[in-house]
Every structure is written in structure tokens, then in C-alpha cells.
Design a protein around this ligand. Structure first.
Ligand code: GTP
Length: 371
């Protein structure tokens, strides 16, 4: 069985985390997100995977190669310019000769792909679309279905009075190659906005596959942080198995130096080679990437740190995301949904909060309380 993973988006909403890396390669629990997706596909017997890409393709190819290390066969369909979700699949058409999966490259989910394919084979629609429930359907495109789960209508961002369902497109499809003829070859298009509504118009059957499995798209900093919190705290525990030896306590990589006076309250994941100095506090759910250094009396709480982050004495990082190689000065605070891109240097005694985003390589000088 084949799958196409769509990894060509720029990930603008996840900036500044996606300034130097693609959304598919951002670390989740210290593992590139795409690696989780490949493990997920492999678990469902899908080992032949095409990555449809355009933005920063080299980064992915260098890291994953032919996929053999992960036990899958990876090939790449690179667009000359971003072709949208539809154009990206069209670009891989020559390699697709049987019903195949398509996955958005930013969904963290346990939707049962095996059961979805069996249902597809039984009902024989032209396309199957996985659906997931959301609390507030008015900010999404919802999918109306009939009693046999056939899709009746797509409604973009319905007003409150129009809401008939809270089921949205989960970004996972099974597509019959014959429908690729409906996608124009040389202009960008989106399956959600163009192909699927067109199929309904032409009377082509689309089956839905509603699922109440855990589902989140990691496409914004808030959801990226929430995905970590959910995985660490057990909300998405079924998925945690995709991370080797994962447990919900305190998990530590090799060669770490943790002072005995440091206070660590799980769930906390500490990457290899980290140092945690005396009286420092780590409070879960939190992640330290490899080689992070947490200095005396500093506190990291509910935060996700990428690799090589240095946190100065008595600094406080709470519910924030700090990308690679950042330095946080003594007594500085980075709080509530702040996001720091790679190589940001925050001088002493700064307070960044809430939701402040700092682009890579910026320096925040000392003493400017409240940025
Ligand atoms: P934003 O820029 O933040 O909207 O993110 P995005 O560009 O990733 O867009 P969106 O989240 O809507 O995309 C859903 C999925 O489709 C993601 O996995 C994207 O990588 C992928 N995608 C979006 N546009 C393209 C494209 O032009 N080519 C390819 N190959 N994939 C795309």
C-alpha cells in the first residue's frame, strides 16, 4: 500500500519555528514529526511512502534519505513551485496505480488506517475522507454526511445557525487514482476546496470515515505545545508508543548531569547530554532537547525547549517554546505561549509574555522588562 504525505506547505502559522525548518521536521518529544508519521504508517502496513514537497526539500531528504533506517521505502515528488494539496498529489500521479492514502504532514492522530482502508474496499467510493469531531466547528470546514456515512456537502466555516455537524476533515484520505484526472496538471489547486466539491458535483461517491481517535494538527504554536502536553500527560497516551521507551514519569537520555538538589516533577522528557544545575526546577509536562543547560535556580515549567538551549540562573520558562541554540539570560522570564526562533539571545532581566514571537537570530538586550 502506498501513501503520499503532503509536506510542501510553508507552515507560516507555525513561525518562527518554521523559519529554518519545515513543519514536518519540527521535533515532537525530541523526534522529527515526520518520523512519527512514518512509524504510524508502517504500523498500518504502509511502507511505500511518497513525500510531496516544495519548501526546503533538502532538509528532509538529507535527514531521511531512502527511509531504510525506519524500515520504509521513501521517494520524493518535488514541485517546482508550491502546487497546493491537489497539485502536489497530481505531481506524484505517475507513481500511483492503486488506491492510496494521502496524509497532511501536520496531523498527530491514531485514526485506524487499516479499518479505514477495509471500509473503503467494502463500499468502493472514489475517495474516503477521515473525519474528526471539534468543539467549535464555526472556524473550520465541516463535512455533512448521510446515514450511510456518504458525504453530502462541504460547508466552509458555517455560521452558528448553519451548524449541522461538528465533524471536520481530518486531513487523511484514500483516493482512487482514476479521480486524479479531475486535478489540473499545471495550476495550483487544493483537494479540500477544488477536487472534493467537484467530485460531489459530478456525482462521484465520497465516503467519510468518522473517528473519535485523538487528533490534533500541530500547525500553530498553541497546538504544537498542546500536542506535547497531551502526549506527556496521557491525554494522547495511545500515540506515545511511537516514541521509543516513552513513559509518563521522568525520562532521560544518556550522559545527562542532574544535580541532586534539582527538583524534577514529571512528566518531563530530558534529551541526551543535558545539564541541570543545583536548585533548578523542571516541572512537567516539559521537554528539554539534547544538550540543554539549565543553570542554578532556573525553572522550566510546561515548556518545550529544542536542542542546545542555555537557561541562565534563576530564569523562568513557563508554557513557552524555545527553538535551538537560544540563550536566556539570568533572571529573565519567557512565559505563556511565547515562541523564540533559533539562536535568539535574551539578555538578563527581561520579561517576555504573553504570546510574543521572536524571529531567529534576534538579540533582546538586558534590562528591558516587558518586550
Ligand atoms: P500555513 O502556511 O501555516 O497555512 O501551513 P501550510 O502551508 O502547511 O498549510 P496547511 O496547514 O493548510 O497545509 C496542510 C498540509 O498540506 C500540510 O501538511 C502542508 O505541508 C501541505 N501543503 C500545503 N500546501 C502544499 C503545497 O503546495 N505542496 C505540498 N506538497 N504540500 C502542501
Amino acid at each position: 500500500m502506498k501513501a503520499v504525505i503532503l509536506v510542501g506547505g510553508e507552515g507560516i502559522r507555525l513561525r518562527p519555528l518554521t523559519c529554518n525548518t519545515t513543519k514536518a521536521m519540527v521535533p515532537i518529544l525530541n523526534m522529527p514529526f515526520l518520523e512519527y508519521l512514518l512509524r504510524y504508517l508502517k504500523e498500518h502496513g504502509i511502507k511505500d511512502v511518497i513525500l510531496a514537497m516544495s519548501y526546503l526539500p533538502d532538509r528532509i531528504q538529507e535527514r531521511l534519505g531512502d527511509g531504510s533506517e525506519l524500515g520504509v521505502h521513501l521517494s520524493y515528488a518535488v514541485e517546482k513551485q508550491p502546487m497546493g494539496t491537489g497539485g502536489a498529489i497530481k505531481n506524484a500521479e505517475v507513481r500511483l496505480n492503486e488506491p492510496f492514502f494521502v496524509l497532511n504532514g501536520d496531523v498527530l492522530t491514531g485514526i485506524d488506517l487499516t479499518a479505514m482502508m477495509s471500509r473503503h474496499r467494502k463500499v468502493k467510493p472514489r475517495v474516503s475522507i477521515a473525519l474528526t469531531p471539534v468543539d467549535n466547528p464555526t472556524i473550520y470546514g465541516v463535512v455533512e454526511t448521510d446515514a450511510s456515512d456518504m458525504v453530502k456537502r462541504f460547508v466552509e466555516k458555517p455560521g452558528l445557525e448553519e451548524v449541522t455537524t461538528n465533524m471536520i476533515n481530518a486531513g487523511i484520505y484514500i483516493i482512487e487514482p482514476s479521480v486524479l484526472g479531475y486535478i489540473p496538471p499545471s495550476i495550483p489547486s487544493m483537494v479540500e476546496r477544488h477536487l472534493f466539491p467537484l467530485l460531489l458535483e459530478k456525482g462521484e461517491p465520497i465516503l467519510s470515515y468518522p473517528s473519535d481517535s485523538y487528533w490534533i494538527d500541530i500547525g500553530t504554536p498553541e497546538k504544537y505545545l498542546k500536542a506535547h502536553h497531551d502526549l506527556l500527560s496521557g491525554e494522547a497516551s495511545a500515540l506515545a508508543a511511537y516514541w521509543n521507551n516513552f513513559d509518563q514519569g521522568v525520562q532521560m537520555g544518556g550522559s545527562c548531569a542532574i544535580d541532586p538538589s534539582a527538583e524534577i516533577e514529571g512528566p518531563v522528557l530530558i534529551g541526551e547530554g543535558c545539564t541541570v544545575a543545583r536548585w533548578a526546577v523542571l516541572k512537567g509536562p516539559a521537554v528539554l532537547g539534547p544538550r540543554c543547560e539549565i543553570d542554578e535556580g532556573a525553572c522550566v515549567e510546561g515548556a518545550v525547549l529544542w536542542q542546545d538551549v542555555k537557561v541562565g540562573k534563576r530564569a523562568l520558562l513557563r508554557n513557552c517554546i524555545v527553538a535551538a541554540n537560544c540563550q536566556i539570560g539570568e533572571e529573565s522570564q519567557v512565559l505563556d505561549n511565547c515562541v523564540l526562533g533559533d539562536n535568539v539571545v535574551v539578555g538578563k532581566n527581561n520579561k517576555l509574555a504573553p504570546e510574543i514571537k521572536i524571529w531567529p537570530d534576534k538579540r533582546i538586550t538586558s534590562g528591558t522588562m516587558s518586550y
